[in-house]
Design a protein around this ligand. Sequence first.
Ligand SMILES: [Mg+2]
Length: 183
Amino acid sequence: MQRAVFLDRDGTLIVEKNYLSRPEDVEPFAGAGGALKKLADAGYALVMVTNQSGIGRGYFTMAEAERVNARVCGDFAREGARFEKIYIAPEAPDQPSRGRKPSPQFLFDAREEFALDLAESFMVGDKLIDLQCGWNAGVKKSILVRTGYGRETERENAGEISRAVVVDGLAEMADWILRSGSK
Ligand SMILES: [Mg+2]
């Protein structure tokens, strides 16, 4: 079975912009692609899991969100990092949703589709719901990045965050996983 790194999009892979809907506004964090390539080279599947409530709120369409994701994928592909799959939860927080984080559903879906070992996998994000998604799925570690809302999340949820690994960004995240996950 393969190991995976599940990654939130906004504030984790790319600079958080409120309800990002235009591909030209996609801004990957410096060094992010190289960090993910190191994980891919080490055999980790890369899977993006993103809540896009702007769709459910009527701010933009699924097609627009997919164009943004295509831009993100293109930018990371140029650095040698390819995502196996992107899972989007389009619902607003008050709408019923099959996969909206902190639900672990998309991680379970990915486990089935790609024969992943979740207990040897990681979830990375900048919000508490990202970490909870990983815990709910039974990943090895949820990792908080201090980009996006990460510093705020760290400050406001000290108790729960103690279960997580906290790193400055994706480069440190990749190094941490490669140090700890080698077997
Ligand atoms: Mg985020």
